[in-house]
Write a protein that binds this ligand. Structure first.
Ligand code: FAD
Ligand code: NAP
Length: 339
């Protein structure tokens, strides 16, 4: 039986800790409840926001519609072959708890993405990634409910049109589907990825050989040192994407800024430039105006030190975009979903 609440504060439901109201709010725990809520909403014709853990969004005003909190639970090994375990996780499962479960079960492939906040259902949305692994590398298929008619649709990996922090759900099909479960394809014989960032160094510090558990622990240790804990300082992780620019343009920039870092992508035709470097060089690292700020240890993360409004955070992001554009001619794109 669905229970629709009115004028609910969204502060506990977003990792920025922004205090806005939702006109209506409903937690759904089963397919039937999702479908019943969609039927109810048809009669109201209200805007619909699907909420997971609220760790990749910024509210700039009250939400004048229905917030559907996806709380479908369950993890199931659906099949296995010689190489893979196929594990289905429901959208409302917490991402990191799922990673911990896979580490414990020796299902390999997602340990580099330990400690990413949020839920399973949002993971395909922006093709979450960290330390050289993206969720697209391990997704077999995504099951979703079509909002217009309640139909259940399955998307195989190709149909999700994954890209760098992108998928079909974030753009062409935005607001058209509610993701209800994800089927993961995880290795039986591990193929570790320790080349990225400082994982190898951290393993050495830990005096540990690469293993599913050791890599997960290394990533957790690095992240706990570098990133603000959203339960203490409001944030939504990286506020901007790392820009990918033509390598010819990167080479031009390098003449003027010899230390600009870059990582070759797409056969070297393009180069990914760490947005954190651009923001720091533009003078924003550690900046604070009122309670809105740019985190001193990782300038890619915008933070709410207490009572910042969503508009203040958004305006800070606009100022950063403008200054980086003037300094480097590169236009940063927001990764966080703005409402
Ligand atoms: P929400 O914020 O609730 O939703 C995000 C978007 O997805 C919204 O537009 C929402 O409507 C939509 N959505 C959510 N669930 C569904 C669903 N079931 N069906 C359809 N649409 C849905 N991200 C990375 O990629 N890599 C990182 O390393 C990383 N590190 C982070 C570190 C910190 C400290 C924080 C705060 C965030 C970080 N993030 C990272 C961002 C964030 O954790 C991820 O994007 C995560 O997947 C968001 O999940 P969520 O459930 O909180 O999504
Ligand atoms: P970092 O290790 O300091 O590296 C800075 C940037 O350089 C990263 O953003 C990364 O791009 C890129 N990079 C580093 N080594 C690379 C390599 N070998 N090949 C290609 N690109 C490389 O980054 P960090 O800020 O501490 O974050 C570590 C990881 O966690 C990164 O993968 C980052 O994406 C992820 N993370 C994401 C969020 C989020 O909200 N999206 C928040 C925190 C951390 P990529 O970002 O493309 O990996």
């Amino acid at each position: 039986m669905i229970q629709i609440k009115e004028n609910i504060s969204l502060k506990p439901f977003n990792s920025f800790g922004i205090d806005v109201l939702a006109k209506q709010f409903c937690t759904v725990r089963s397919f039937n409840e999702v479908q019943a809520l969609l039927e109810w909403n048809k009669t109201k014709n209200s805007p619909l926001l699907i909420l997971g853990g609220g760790s990749n969004l910024l509210f700039t005003k009250d939400y004048n519609g229905l917030v559907l909190q996806n709380a479908l639970k369950g993890i199931e090994l659906v099949k296995e072959d010689n190489e893979y375990y196929f594990v289905k996780a429901m959208a409302g499962e917490n991402w990191h708890q799922f990673v911990s479960y896979c580490v414990q079960m020796q299902y390999q492939g997602i340990e580099n993405m330990s400690l990413i906040p949020g839920n399973i259902g949002a993971s395909p949305m922006q093709n979450i990634g960290a330390y050289g692994v993206e969720v697209k590398d391990v997704i077999e298929s995504v099951e979703a409910i079509q909002i217009s008619d309640g139909a259940i649709v399955s998307f195989d990996n190709k149909a999700c049109e994954f890209g760098y922090r992108e998928s079909i759900f974030k753009h062409q099909m935005r607001n058209q589907f509610i993701i209800v479960s994800v089927l993961f394809k995880l290795r039986k014989t591990p193929v570790y990825n320790t080349s990225y960032g400082n994982i190898e160094q951290e393993l050495m510090n830990m005096k540990a050989a690469p293993s599913i558990k050791a890599i997960s622990d290394a990533v957790i240790r690095i992240r706990q040192r570098k990133l603000p804990d959203p339960t203490k300082i409001g944030n939504a992780g990286s506020f901007f994407k790392n820009p990918i620019i033509p390598t010819v343009l990167y080479n031009e920039l390098k003449k003027a800024h010899a230390s600009i870092p870059g990582f070759a992508v797409q056969n070297g035709l393009h180069t990914k430039v760490p947005a954190a470097w651009l923001i720091e060089q533009s003078g924003w690292k550690g900046f604070r105006a009122g309670d809105a700020g740019c985190y001193p240890l990782q300038p890619l993360v915008l933070v709410n030190y207490g009572h910042a409004t969503g508009v203040e955070i958004f305006n800070l992001s606009t100022q950063i975009i403008e200054k980086v554009k003037v300094e480097f001619g590169i236009e940063l794109e927001r990764e966080v979903n703005i409402y």
